[in-house]
Design a protein around this ligand. Structure first.
Ligand code: NOJ
Length: 553
């Protein structure tokens, strides 16, 4: 296994609009990030990933970009951004930006031109199909609901949008489009940016027959078989790597809807020179029911563990994994995979122990380091997220029971992860002096950075300690992995080892008191736990996690 700085790094993801507002407009900003760099550094992480902060009409919170080379004035503009890069580097940290290259905003000058006429030089920057206003080119649906095609009256054609109708898909078949994207990448890398998280990169090559999707298949299958992994995706990624990425010492992680075990390695195989890592969603879609995300089902824990083992095995020799449990698109990790009630602190600590002891680069999402939880806004009017609102409208049209649907929204809405960062006990949790763009979770009075800094047993201090443990034990980074109890319904027990050390990690993913007697614990030194442990205590308490190291190895 080749060693690299980005394999040994830990990423901290910032959702800028919800991080820290210094201007008082209710929206986080770049100066707010600068103000918190000491805090971020003190966690022990290495890389900051920022969600999009470019010019955007914000139909999808920045994932609809209207100018790829300009930082939105809402966040502080290009000059403050230059200062951010410099300060990040002077703190010994690195910065990765979001690259949203599958689609632009419909307010991008390319699209404004493209829609004017079929002869416009920018027309072919997007994906068009002839048709009649009521006869859509095929039955494809947008990820956010409704048809994936929108009628453009000027040219009497439809354009494709796999996300909102304000996010037209770019036509990667057109070499000029690809050149534009590479020039954008080069623009930011030459400023000193250290890499990119590439939004829905698995979707850039379209299957040009635009075949209808069979009615009976699941959305997961639609993604895997129709939208993602198109015929030229690897050719495009290799070209991107050759033309621009390979000229810098950077890191790339591709967001990969539709990337499954069959396709995973092809994107990150070190010999193929495409991407360093991908985010797959096998574990993050595990509670999607027959009708999708807003029809949640209980998590199948055995399957959850199996997904980690299968991906570890897949990428063990030739690729590298990204290890994450949540981000700005999913609910809070402690509410989803832990227990955000009685065992909030214990389970938050367990989950970060999982992240820090698996093979791959770990990603921490802002606020998880203090155990921030989901938020239950009282009605749909409080929600901002386009995905949530569209799903709500669709449920209403389908005549669903809306109070039940609100419960699903409480569990699954992306706004769960987007409520403002909880810094202290001041008004609006110290996030803003103004009116926050989305309401703060009331539990900031209990869960906030400032109180946790003062408490040596806090989730925040535990994060720092387990991060340090990982950073100082390369066995936890590069070592082999084996699940020792794949069929156990509550335990996740695995070992990590190399020629130098052998670790045994035990997590109790339940509220039960469990015994595990298969290994003589006497052979091991306990080096880390989220509970105080009496000598040789065999019983593993609710949401307890332990890291052991073999004595004579
Ligand atoms: C994935 C991003 O993470 C999400 O927030 C966004 O809505 C879609 N891609 C579309 O860009």
């Amino acid at each position: 296994m080749k060693r690299s700085w980005w394999k040994e790094s830990i990423v901290y993801q910032i959702y800028p609009r919800s991080f820290n507002d210094t201007s008082g407009n209710g929206l986080g900003d770049i100066n707010g990030i600068i103000e918190k760099l000491e805090y971020i550094k003190s966690l022990g992480v290495d890389i900051i990933w920022l969600n999009p902060i470019y010019d955007s009409p914000d139909n999808d919170n920045g994932y609809d970009i209207s100018d790829y080379k300009r930082i939105s004035e809402d966040f502080g503009g290009n000059k403050v951004f230059d200062e951010l890069i410099e300060k990040i580097h002077s703190h010994g940290l690195k910065l990765i930006m979001d690259l949203v290259a599958n689609h632009s905003s419909d307010q991008h000058s390319w699209f404004k031109e493209a829609k004017k006429s079929k002869l416009n030089p920018f027309h072919d920057y997007y994906i068009w199909k002839d048709g009649k206003i009521n006869e859509h080119p095929n039955n494809w649906e947008s990820v956010f609901g409704g048809s994936a095609w929108k009628w453009n009256k000027e040219t009497e054609e439809f354009f494709l949008h796999l996300y909102t109708k304000n996010q037209p898909d770019l036509n990667w078949e057109n070499p000029r489009v690809r050149k534009e994207i590479y020039s954008i990448i080069d623009f930011w890398l030459s400023k000193g940016v250290d890499g990119f998280r590439m939004d829905v990169i698995s979707l850039i090559s379209k299957k040009l027959d635009f075949e209808n999707v069979p009615k009976e298949i699941s959305f997961k299958d639609v993604m895997e078989k129709f939208y993602a992994n198109g015929p030229r995706v690897h050719e495009f990624l290799k070209e991107m790597n050759r033309e621009v990425l390979s000229k810098y010492d950077i890191v790339t992680v591709g967001e990969g809807p539709g990337i499954n075990l069959e396709k995973g390695l092809s994107y990150v195989d070190e010999n193929e020179k495409e991407l360093n890592m991908v985010f797959h969603f096998d574990h993050l879609t595990i509670d999607f029911g027959p009708k999708g995300k807003y029809d949640p089902i209980p998590i199948d824990f055995i399957r959850f563990k199996k997904i980690f083992s299968q991906w570890d095995f897949l990428l063990a020799d030739k690729g590298w994994n990204s290890i994450f449990l949540g981000n700005h698109d999913f609910s809070r990790i402690v509410s989803r995979f832990g227990n955000d009630n009685k065992y909030r602190v214990e389970s938050s600590k367990l989950l970060v122990t999982l992240l820090m002891t698996l093979r791959g680069t770990p990603y921490i999402y802002q606020g998880d380091e203090i155990g921030m939880t989901n938020i239950s806004y009282p009605s749909i009017d409080y929600y901002d997220d386009v995905e949530t609102i569209n799903a709500w409208k669709e449920a209403e049209l389908n005549g669903e029971n809306m109070s039940e649907f609100l419960r699903s929204v409480h569990l699954q809405s992306r706004d769960n992860a987007r409520s403002p960062m909880q810094w202290n006990l001041n008004k609006n949790s110290g996030f803003t002096n103004g009116k926050p763009w989305i309401p703060v979770n009331d539990n900031y009075k209990i869960i906030n950075v400032s109180s946790q800094l003062k408490d040596s047993n806090s989730t925040l201090n535990y994060y720092k300690e387990i991060i340090a443990l990982r950073k100082t034990n390369s066995t936890l980074i590069y070592g082999e992995y084996k699940d020792l109890k794949p069929d156990h319904p509550q335990f996740f027990i695995y070992k990590r080892w190399d020629e130098n050390h052998n670790f045994l990690i035990i997590h109790n993913f339940s509220e039960k008191l469990l015994k595990w007697e298969n290994v003589s614990i006497m052979d091991y030194n306990l080096i880390f736990s989220n509970y105080k442990i009496e000598k040789n205590q065999i019983e593993i308490r609710p949401w307890e996690t332990r890291v052991y190291k073999l004595k004579n190895y």
